[in-house]
Each structure stands twice: as C-alpha cells, then as structure tokens.
Design a protein around this ligand. Structure first.
Ligand code: URA
Length: 255
C-alpha cells in the first residue's frame, strides 16, 4: 500500500518539457553558491513546541512571531511568515525576507518579489492561489551606513527555522513544493541540494508531495549580461509553466 501511494505521488507529475532542461552557462552560476552544511536542529523553544502542536495556520503564524530558535530575531523587525490560502496546490519557498519584506511583514514584496510576480503571471499562475514562504523567517543583514546589507543564512539558521516550514507544509498540504534557490532547497530536502543538478523536474518528497527546484528570483536580477539575463528569465518562466501544467488549481482562469 505504502509502495503504491508513493508511486501514485510520483506518477501524478509528468516531467516537464525538455526545453526547460536546457543548460546555459549563466544558469549554473547559482549552483556555484557554496552549499551550507546542514547541522542538526537545536532543541525547539517553547514557541516552536507550541507551533508543532497547532493544527491551524493562523495559530502557527502567531507562535512563529515569538520564535527565538536562532539569533536572527534580535535585529529583524518581525517574523515574516508564509502567506496564501490555508490549502494550496503549490508552495513556493524562498530564502529569507529582504529589507522590504522585513518592514512589510510579507514575503516577496520587494524587487525580487516583483520579478517573481511578473514571471508567475507570464506562466499563468495566480499568486493568490499559491502559498509563498521562506526557508528562514527573519531578515539577516549587516548595517552599512543607511543600508541593511542582505546576508545569506547559515546552515544552523536554516535548520533552526525548518520546523516552521515543516509545519506550513503539513497544514497547507501542497502537491508541489517549489524551492527557489539553494537555501530553500536545503530547507526543503533537509540537506544541501545543488540547484544545477536538480532543477527543472519533480523529485518525490513524500507520499503526497513532490519537490521542484529552480533558481531564486534575485539571482535573475543579478545576472550581469543582458542577453543571459533574458535567457535565464525565460528559462525560469518555462519552469513555472511546467509547474502550472502539474497543478491545475493554481492556474489563472482563461479570459
Ligand atoms: N527573497 C526571498 O527569498 N524571500 C523574500 O520574501 C524576498 C526576497
């Protein structure tokens, strides 16, 4: 029975068209990000223990507001929890809130979020029908004058925040978890997972859920060459289209 269930989950996903597997040199830049070593999670604090017992997303969101499982809460404005319907076919996972998200308390509302929204729309996915969250829920930064410079979360910060992602996944019950970039992939799989080798196809996560790895939208903003940038963006949109094919409920209704 277990075996059949697992197969059913895998069979539910058709591999996306080969065009999205095209590799370009620029695309592999993301892979070169040094994977963070996954350390085992520290013991859960009171807020997390409460969160794990909750069965309602709003209650878990409230618990996460008081999370002290790693030091990042000290300098961040607030916990930026996931956003979207209580049940959704797709869960997108980013890295961590940026400057704008930290202030707004919402994921993907800054420049990377705007690019993400544009790509979703081009791919025919309605943002309001998908759940969007981050691997790490506090903004990690270094003050540089008036600017707060984004810092990449380390392995222990990713591990400390992982119970919140697990709880979101258990409650939202997505058919597909989409890891945007290396930090997200590390949280989704519980281990360092290179993007270049794993992107663009469905990888079974458990009996109910598949994972799909792609690049982070802010990587697309950083590609220096205009032509490579456009190609990378098209590849990202093609992957989102493949995701839309697998998840009819997330698709924009034809006009
Ligand atoms: N980058 C992320 O990974 N998440 C956000 O919410 C914004 C930028």
């Amino acid at each position: 029975m277990r075996h059949r269930q697992r197969n059913r989950a895998t069979d539910a996903f058709i591999l996306p068209p080969t065009e999205i597997r095209r590799s370009t040199m620029a695309a592999h830049a993301e892979t070169e990000t040094k994977p963070q070593r996954m350390r085992s999670s520290p013991p859960l604090d009171a807020a997390q223990r409460a969160g794990m017992a909750e069965t309602d997303l709003d209650a878990v969101r409230q618990d996460a507001e008081g999370c002290r499982a790693c030091p990042l809460y000290r300098n961040a404005t607030q916990t930026v929890f996931g956003e979207g319907p209580d049940r959704a076919e797709i869960m997108f996972v980013g890295e961590q809130p940026g400057d704008k998200e930290d202030l707004a308390g919402k994921p993907f509302v800054g420049p990377a979020g705007q690019l993400f929204d544009r790509a979703l729309a081009e791919a025919g996915i309605e943002r309001k029908k998908v759940y969007v969250t981050n691997a790490v829920k506090h903004f990690k930064f270094e003050p540089r004058g008036k600017i707060r410079l984004h810092m990449k979360p380390n392995g222990s910060e990713i591990a400390a925040c992982r119970p919140w992602f697990e709880k979101e996944k258990a409650l939202v019950r997505p058919k597909l978890v989409v890891a945007l970039g290396a930090t997200a992939a590390q949280s989704v799989f519980g281990k360092a997972t290179p993007i270049g080798k794993n992107r663009g196809h469905v990888i079974p996560l458990d009996a109910e859920t598949g994972a799909f790895v792609t690049v982070h939208p802010s990587y697309l903003l950083r590609v220096p060459d205009a032509e490579a940038k456009a190609q990378e963006y098209e590849r990202f949109v093609a992957e989102l289209r493949a995701i839309a094919e697998l998840t009819p409920a997330a698709r924009r209704r034809a006009a």
